[in-house]
Write a protein that binds this ligand. Structure first.
Ligand SMILES: [Zn+2]
Length: 313
């Protein structure tokens, strides 16, 4: 099953999926960019749904303003499947003294398992009993630019424990697409199967040889910056996906937008907004590929990647 905030669904029910986004988020690394407004989230998701989007993986992890009850409300209001996240981000998102920095692996893993098996806990759970039953469907982890810090390694090991015990996938933030191989090395050393590993933001480093190599290890490659023109024009990403298709590597690709800032949402006065994937990028992708590889990338791949595989270890 795939675990959404409204409960488990069959893999075939997921549909066209944005594999990486944020509807609620608050981080010391993103001051002034807080996402917390339920009405604005409903507006963005509703508009994206009219363009054909059917599911969103909302990967805001523990300690960063995750809002499980609001996620349920958005899913109910829009009919879009929402997959919530447990786990932890890279170091930059936790201030000195945050409990996530000091917690031992056992506690980090316990929090992950509670979120996956019982429901996502409010961020102040250490003092308040959990009230919400929305379960997390994916485990987030993160690494820094060109390195995995000691604390990030501890959190990756906790993520591995969560995945081994449940079969849930682990979605790992890479900083500017670096450390892909190192992250896969660490997680497979911790007995996580490659098909349980999703590497996010790899399109920040469009190195074709590297991507093919990583894809050949059996992990998922997530491209989640379409429309981020400050990084590069979309045409470069389209060329790159085309080249991955040429060697048959599109079976490893997931797409998302990762709009983790107010500046990126129409409802907050910014752009490109959550409609961008289906209204702007995917039509160009379809034209470019000339065959329904986009269906594989948008529907088949996410339904495999986010399916829990309890027997995977
Ligand atoms: Zn993100």
């Amino acid at each position: 099953m795939i675990v959404t905030v409204l409960g488990p669904i069959e893999a075939g029910e997921l549909g066209v999926t944005d594999a990486h986004d944020h509807l609620f988020l608050r981080s010391p690394a993103l001051k002034g960019q807080e996402l917390d407004d339920l009405g604005k989230a409903v507006e963005e998701v509703g508009n994206a749904a009219r363009g054909g989007l059917q599911a969103i993986v909302e990967v805001t992890p523990i300690g960063l303003g995750r809002r499980p009850a609001k996620l349920r409300a958005v899913a109910q209001a829009t009919g879009v499947h929402l997959i919530g996240a447990t786990g932890y981000h890279r170091d930059a998102h936790y201030e000195e003294g945050h409990w996530v920095r000091d917690a031992p692996v056992e506690l980090l893993a316990k929090r992950i398992l509670l979120d996956l098996q019982w429901g996502m806990h409010p961020d102040d759970w250490l003092t308040q009993a959990p009230l919400d039953a929305a379960r997390a469907g994916v485990i987030k982890a993160g690494a820094s630019y060109q390195r995995i810090s000691a604390l990030e390694e501890r959190r990756l090991i906790a993520a591995a424990i969560g995945s081994r015990e449940t079969g849930a996938p682990i979605l790992v933030h890479t900083e500017i697409g670096t450390c892909g191989h190192e992250i896969v090395d660490l997680l497979t050393r911790e007995r996580v199967k490659p098909n349980r590993i999703i590497l996010a933001h790899l399109d920040r480093n469009l190195d074709l040889d590297l991507h093919r190599e990583i894809a050949d290890r059996g992990v998922w490659l997530e491209y989640d910056t379409p429309g981020r023109i400050k990084y590069r024009p979309d045409s470069e990403l389209l060329d790159f996906i085309d080249a991955m298709v040429e060697t048959g590597h599109h079976g490893a690709i997931l797409l998302g937008l990762d709009l983790g800032r107010r500046d990126y949402f129409r409802a907050y006065g910014g752009g490109p907004g959550l409609t961008y994937l289906m209204d702007n990028f995917v039509p160009r992708l379809r034209k470019r590929l000339g065959f329904p590889a986009d269906e594989m990338i948008l529907v088949d791949n996410p339904s495999d990647a986010f399916l829990w595989l309890p027997d995977a270890t």
